[in-house]
Design a protein around this ligand. Structure first.
Ligand SMILES: [Zn+2]
Length: 281
């Protein structure tokens, strides 16, 4: 599926920011959410739109677009524990200070291209995965703050993470943060909650605790995580048929927060109360 079909809201936002003079593209962007591969594709799409010498169409075959698709563009660099390491850098598990220095040195010279640095990790299969305090340590992150913050035309930093909190607050505060909902989910099943939750966006505020109680009753049969997954599947389904309704992206974010609470062992009824208060307006 083309990314512009999958994430029309985000693709439109960045296309607008890149093409219009009114809305500036942020110099530092933080994507977060479960689907790091989609974040990575989104990041390379932004790099492509910034560097395309033609109209930026999805199938453009100008040299810049071609290079970016092949991951060989000289100014669009993935920065990870395995990508773009200087020769004398023998670190293998982290983004290193030497990589940070390399970036700073690159920025001292002019470039005919729009430079994009995509910061992420790689899993054992080489697929993009999220930054965290282990693979992107404070010392390295802090060494980049100055270049991230100082306005430099033609430079964009993009950070990919599962949770926003996986990055240092100093990076978060200098970046514009975007939640990227995951579409990679399971089987889109939501049978267990459909009787309770279908068309929840039409419910009224006084239904909140009633719905929450019904969800809680399901915990006799299902785990909180299964129930939350089903709610998420349902909302993803709604989002798929209403791709421009950005309120549903926010809802998916709330559900992911609730899943984290479930993982931390919070009581189901409290999780459902809080979630229903956010989803049912
Ligand atoms: Zn192009």
């Amino acid at each position: 599926m083309l990314l512009s079909n999958k994430y029309p809201f985000l693709t439109n936002y960045f296309t607008e920011a890149i093409r219009s003079k009114n809305r500036a593209l942020p110099q530092s962007i933080l994507f977060y959410g479960n689907d790091i591969e989609s974040q990575y594709t989104l990041a390379t799409e932004i790099a492509r739109l910034l560097n395309c010498k033609s109209t930026g169409e999805d199938n453009c075959d100008c040299l810049n677009c071609k290079w970016i698709r092949e991951n060989t563009h000289p100014a669009v660099l993935t920065i990870s524990k395995t990508d773009n390491k200087p020769d004398d850098d023998d670190s293998k598990t982290v983004i290193s200070i030497k990589q940070s220095q390399m970036i700073k040195e690159m920025l001292l010279s002019e470039s005919e291209f729009h430079r994009v640095f995509i910061f992420c990790d790689r899993d054992e299969n080489g697929k993009p995965s999220g930054l965290n305090p282990v693979n992107f340590q404070a010392e390295t992150a802090n060494s980049l703050l100055k270049v991230i913050e100082e306005p430099q035309p033609g430079v964009t930093f993009i950070f990919l993470a599962r949770y926003i909190e996986d990055l240092l607050s100093t990076i978060i505060s200098r970046s514009q943060c975007f939640f990227v909902p995951s579409f990679e989910l399971h089987d889109y099943k939501y049978d267990c909650i459909s009787a309770i939750f279908t068309n929840y966006y039409e419910f009224s505020r006084q239904d909140v605790f009633n719905v929450s109680q019904k969800l809680n009753d399901l915990t006799k049969e299902y785990s909180s995580t299964e129930i939350l997954d089903s709610i998420q599947n349902y909302v993803l389904n709604v989002l798929k048929s209403n791709p421009k309704e950005t309120v549903f992206i926010k809802h998916i974010k709330y559900i992911e927060d609730a899943k984290l609470q479930a993982k931390l062992g919070m009581r189901a009824i409290n999780i459902f109360d809080e979630l229903c208060l956010k989803l049912i307006r």
